[in-house]
Design a protein. Structure first.
Length: 305
């Protein structure tokens, strides 16, 4: 393991590295580095320019060459705002992801630059005496990431993917094959993942979360369950999710069960889903506000708001 300012870098296979973020340091989303042999690929670029630069530097150090390929798993800022650091590389996404980024990324940056005081809204939440320990951890993490983003706002330039695919793209390097796949909308409008079949490694972006509550409000929970079922048909042992430590098949199954739990409860209950407490099996997960946001979203989705 190599420790950086923004990530811990783990070699999960020969020439395959998981970049696991330091919570609250600014990067927010995990990333990956893959040595294809004749080329180096980076999976996701985080929300931080300095973190993306660290990712770029470490990729060159570990593989001996600059990253020439970059994959954006989906459109959320914590996976794409670092793209400008890799402007000389070919940046790949689905057509849908690029389209949504083209509409929303400039608008987000314009809004954020016009409201540099917005981290104060998060800081003020720290005075809430009713915060649980998990809730306070989440606010402190969010504040650190948001202050980092705000400090670098003048530097951001919206940088879109330059190569898109519809359903799949196979990249054949001299050392290994990387398959880029999408089965549609799950966590976001379009979610892609990378499968390294010879190594049995998956980089899934935010299709799975490990030890964190997965947010549902920007996607399609029903399709998410179906998509995770299809992913589980693949042969893999190691999973790098968008949030959380390096995992395995059981963590994909766990995310699937989590989403199923919400859907089944919201569909079956005549009353709104109980928001009094988080089920014990998810109580240790980070991001408890996301849990309650999911309740609100699904209650509204099934007409129980």
């Amino acid at each position: 393991m190599e420790r950086g300012t923004y990530f811990d870098f783990y070699e999960v296979g020969t020439g395959i590295y998981a970049a696991i973020v330091h919570d609250g340091a600014g990067a927010l989303g995990n990333a990956g580095i893959v040595d294809l042999g004749d080329r180096t690929l980076v999976f996701d670029t985080t929300q931080s320019i300095p973190a993306a630069q660290e990712l770029k530097n470490v990729a060159k150090k570990l593989t001996g060459q600059e990253a020439s390929l970059v994959v954006n798993s989906h459109r959320h800022n914590d996976h794409v705002l670092g793209n400008q650091v890799f402007a000389d590389a070919t940046i790949i996404s689905t057509e849908v992801t690029r389209s949504v980024m083209a509409n929303r990324l400039p608008a987000f940056l314009e809004f954020a630059k016009a409201h540099p005081e917005y981290p104060n809204q998060i800081r003020n939440r720290l005075s809430d005496a009713s915060l649980s320990d998990q809730g306070r951890w989440e606010v402190e993490r969010d504040l650190g990431d948001t202050e980092h983003l705000a400090a670098h706002l003048p530097e951001y330039v919206p940088t879109l993917p330059t190569l898109c695919f519809e359903n799949q793209m196979h990249i054949y390097g001299s050392a290994r094959e990387a398959q880029l796949l999408t089965y549609g909308s799950a966590h976001s409008a379009s979610d892609a993942f990378m499968y390294l079949p010879e190594d049995k490694v998956l980089f899934v972006g935010d299709l799975a979360f490990i030890g964190y509550h997965p947010s549902m409000a920007d996607g399609n929970p029903e399709l998410w369950v179906t998509i995770l079922g299809r992913i589980l048909e693949l042969e893999f042992d190691t999973v790098i999710a968008g949030h959380g430590p390096v995992g395995n098949r059981s963590h994909v199954e766990q995310t699937k069960h989590y989403v199923e739990h919400f859907i089944e409860t919201a569909r079956s209950n005549s009353e709104t889903v109980n928001a009094d407490g988080i089920p014990i099996e998810y109580r240790d997960w980070r991001g408890e506000s996301v849990y309650f946001g999911n309740l609100k979203f699904l209650n509204g989705r099934y007409g129980r708001s």
